[in-house]
Design a protein around this ligand. Structure first.
Ligand SMILES: Nc1ncnc2c1ncn2[C@@H]1O[C@H](COP(=O)(O)OP(=O)(O)OP(=O)(O)O)[C@@H](O)[C@H]1O
Length: 364
């Protein structure tokens, strides 16, 4: 670890009541977020939800109509990009093709008027950080996609920004490379302790490398939390569906007190666990791994069991994902794969056992 890159303490980033429109397209709608010093934070959401617009706003390439951006507690909303101490890695990397790797990394430092000897030292350190010191003399066209991505990161950290912004930095890499580079990015961010914001529409990417995620939809922040919090306790159906596969059953609540039941479309009734807090018009949500299949007619134990029929299955290696018809809906159930002999064929009547503690009741 090189001490030179740790000279400045990590800073917070706050976004307060930001609204931004392109013409009559209201792209960011009252967005507020607080990102802690040293945090690896993701903006996650579908295409067009405003992630990149928000990132560019922090970088200073976009201006908000209302609201402010604070870095380390200081309002930087009116500062131009080059005075904000933020470094941005673009989706395209934006490397100069006619320059060597070292010259690409040096470029930003030369622009800033950093003395020559200092530039040489910082370029060497930045390339060592990303494991590319041995390729300093090559041109970008002589590098793999993953190596080009690392040059783009090295160029950004060489200027020692207070905040690192990454705009879908893995999207140009093949699947295997993406997994490798995302680990490298995480390791590098940990070593630098640098507040980092990562834009992606890929939930697996966000889940695997980020400390916390802001899930965005249509210009609004839907929920902020750790990957596990969002997965286990989604605030709404959008978040539940966006992070992993969610089974959502429609029904109506009958009874009262300890005698409540959730009645599904075709009249199947599911006892509601005593003490469960339900909204007035609930939907039932659970993940595919929180249900199990058993032979039809097995005696019910603690957990509720519903009669179901196997509609399809997909063999995924470690698991089999069944689609079972129950209560007028098709439910995904993940069963660990042990042997093909245990397979429930399509059309087999089965019991669907739900793990009561993992049931999540949501507002319709
Ligand atoms: N310069 C611009 N001028 C006009 N409209 C824009 C501009 N940039 C983005 N938009 C619009 O703003 C909305 C949000 O775009 P943005 O690029 O922030 O979304 P995103 O969530 O990053 O999407 P993606 O994952 O596809 O990059 C979209 O409707 C887009 O068409």
């Amino acid at each position: 670890m090189n001490a030179a890159f740790r000279a400045t303490p990590a800073v917070s980033v706050e976004i307060e009541g930001v609204n931004l429109s392109y013409g009559d397209n209201h792209v960011l709608k009252d967005v507020s977020l607080a990102i802690s010093p040293g945090e690896f934070f993701a903006f996650l959401g579908p295409s067009g939800c405003g992630k990149t617009t928000l990132l560019r706003l922090i970088a200073g390439f976009n201006q908000a109509d209302t609201g402010r951006v604070l870095i380390g507690g200081s309002d930087i909303s009116r500062l131009p990009p080059w005075k904000r101490d933020v470094g941005m890695v673009f989706q395209s990397y934006a490397l100069w093709p006619h320059m060597t790797v070292a010259a690409n990394v040096a470029f930003g430092l030369e622009e800033k008027g950093v003395p020559r000897a200092e530039i040489a030292r910082r370029v060497e350190e930045a390339l060592a950080m990303v494991g590319l010191a041995h390729l300093a003399g090559r041109r970008p066209s002589q590098l793999s996609g993953g190596q080009q991505q690392r040059v783009a990161v090295a160029r950004t950290i060489a200027v020692e920004p207070k905040v690192l912004l990454l705009d879908e930095p893995l999207s140009n890499l093949d699947a295997k490379m993406r997994v490798q580079v995302r680990r490298e990015l995480r390791d590098l961010q940990q070593r630098l302790g640098l507040t980092t914001i990562f834009v992606t529409h890929d939930q697996e990417e966000a889940n695997t490398i980020c400390d916390r995620i802001a899930v965005m939809n249509d210009g609004t922040v839907q929920q902020v939390g750790t990957p596990m919090e969002l997965y286990e306790r989604p605030a709404n159906l959008f978040v539940a569906n966006f992070l992993g596969t969610a089974n959502i059953l429609d029904g109506r609540l009958v009874g009262s007190g300890g005698e409540r039941a959730f009645v599904l479309g075709d009249g199947l009734s599911l006892p509601v666990p005593a003490g469960a807090v339900l909204p007035a018009q609930p939907k039932l949500l659970f993940r595919p791994q929180h249900a199990a299949l058993e032979p039809a007619g097995a005696v019910a134990g603690e957990a509720p069991v519903l009669p179901a029929t196997v509609a399809r299955y997909e063999f995924l290696g470690a698991t089999i994902r069944y689609g079972v018809a129950v209560g007028g809906a098709e439910i995904a159930v993940d069963v660990p794969f042990r042997s093909g002999r245990d397979l429930y064929a399509v059309g087999t009547p089965v019991g669907l056992r739900l793990a009561a503690p993992a049931l999540c009741w949501m507002e319709r």
